[in-house]
Design a protein around this ligand. Structure first.
Ligand code: HEM
Length: 443
């Protein structure tokens, strides 16, 4: 195990979870690479854009890292009088780890390449474009039920249900089961995103995963007998063609997709609306020129990334910035920090929908780059346009909203908003009346 100094690093405390950007800045300024005991059981933190991209693209940094989930909970044993051992003896966490370790995001080539190929058709740009009318319908249906002038919690009423309906639609999950799915997935997210999970988080995540497995087992069986046009049917077909292995691989991809498909997009919607409404000039500019939406969504992704970091394990000794990274050590690629690196972006702490400085790392990079990027951008594009059309005078009603405290999957718990028709907008008449704007989103 590496013993490089841990001193001088910022505290990864409640303040960090609310606003990690000052800590990232301090880390970047202190150096490109830090060994930190506070992350999991110790990890290398990679702070700069260039290095984060390199770690994600260089296959010596392996994606097989779920073993650390078992390891990082070992300390819970002593803290809970052996309760963790009891939970683990039931095979809960081991099964959790075994299942997730088969998901393609946690695999290297050639298994990763094989599974990604099996899945790509479901995410082809034309397939995603075909979903646009249905997503628009869903967004309208949700917004129709809200009273803008009275106000509503955007997370609860929009950002939560919309992506879960979309992924439910893609996977062929019935609408009646969606609320249950959100709850299971949220408990998994809390565990996966905890720097040091506690006993309760671990037990909830195990219980949710087992329920999720039972549900998908039944759904997969149904699709084997009666295939449809959803992603699960596509994966069943890939299994029959030998592209997906029968021993749990199919189940693992379903669980991963469900989880990856809405937790992240919810936070893109929530972080996005919060950021836009915190910069009223840019909200108004976008209301007046919604064709800038694609660039705005990209800037939102850069400025406040829903996925703040991802991990890799060193597969063979690597020298980096004067340090020796040893085989087996965990590397945390700090996406949230890379996206604010002044070596890559001018005035990176400034939110600017007209930035035009090229890509960000919010969807990762290299072989594992997010397969759902186009889908989540389409959801954000459609939802934000629909909101602007209806309520260009939308305002935050709570300037200090509550963050979810998840270090990896950054998002808001609540985002109360209300439409105020002042009629004093710059460049657009702020209003609570719908505006005509019907151009198709640009992907
Ligand atoms: C704003 C929304 C999203 C963000 C910020 C995001 C972010 C990411 C990131 C950073 C990665 C790379 C992880 C790594 O290299 O370790 C990734 C991979 C992945 N994402 Fe997303 N994601 C989003 C939405 C989605 C959606 C909607 C889906 C599916 C419906 C999805 C499915 C996946 C899958 C399957 C992978 C693994 C790809 C692979 O291993 O080849 N994501 N995502």
């Amino acid at each position: 195990m590496n013993t490089a100094a841990n001193a001088g690093l910022p505290a990864f405390d409640a303040g960090f979870l609310r606003d990690p950007y000052p800590a990232y800045r301090a880390l970047r300024e202190a150096g490109p690479l830090h060994w930190c005991e506070d992350f999991f059981q110790g990890a290398w933190l990679v702070t700069r854009h260039e290095d984060v991209e390199r770690v994600l693209r260089d296959q010596r940094f392996s994606s097989q890292r779920t073993g650390g989930w078992v390891k990082r909970t070992e300390g819970l044993d002593a803290a809970h009088g052996g309760g963790y051992a009891a939970a683990r003896s039931k095979g809960g966490l081991d099964r959790f780890q075994r299942l997730f370790s088969r998901a393609m995001v946690f695999l290297d080539a050639p298994d990763h390449t094989r599974l990604r190929r099996a899945m790509l058709g479901g995410f082809h740009p034309a397939t995603i474009r075909d979903l646009a009318p249905e997503i628009e319908r869903l967004a309208d249906e949700i917004l129709d039920g809200l009273d803008g002038e009275q106000g509503f919690d955007f997370i609860e009423m929009v950002a939560r249900p919309l992506p879960s309906r979309v992924i439910g639609l893609m996977l062929g999950i019935s609408r009646a089961d969606e609320a249950q799915f959100i709850a299971w997935s949220e408990e998994l997210a809390v565990f996966i995103g905890a720097v040091r999970p506690d006993m309760e988080q671990l037990q909830h995540a195990q219980r949710s995963l087992m329920q999720l497995v039972r549900y998908f087992d039944a759904l997969i069986e149904t699709r084997r007998r009666k295939p449809g046009i959803d992603l699960v049917s596509r994966l069943v077909q890939a299994e029959q063609q030998g592209l997906v292995r029968a021993d749990g691989e199919l189940l693992a991809q379903c669980a991963m997709l469900l989880f990856a498909g809405h937790e992240t997009t919810r936070n893109l919607l929530g972080n996005g609306l919060f950021t836009l409404l915190s910069h009223p000039g840019q909200w108004q500019a976008l209301c007046a020129q919604p064709d800038g939406m694609n660039a705005a969504v990209r800037e939102i992704l850069r400025y406040d990334s829903p996925v703040q970091y991802t991990g890799r394990r060193v597969s063979r000794e690597i020298e980096m910035h004067g340090h020796t990274l040893r085989r087996g050590e965990l590397v945390i690629a700090l996406i949230g920090s890379a996206n604010r690196d002044p070596a890559r972006y001018s005035e990176p702490e400034r939110f600017d929908i007209a930035r035009g400085e090229g890509s960000h790392l919010a969807f990762g990079s290299g072989p594992h780059v997010c397969i759902g990027a186009g889908l989540s951008m389409l959801e954000a594009d459609i939802t934000l346009r629909a909101l602007m059309r209806r309520w260009p005078g939308l305002r935050l009603t709570d300037a200090e909203p509550r963050w979810n405290g998840n270090a990896a999957l950054r998002g808001l718990l609540r985002l109360p908003v209300r439409c105020v028709g002042t009629g004093k907008g710059a460049g657009v008449q702020e209003s609570c009346q719908p505006r005509p704007e019907a151009s198709m989103p640009v992907m």
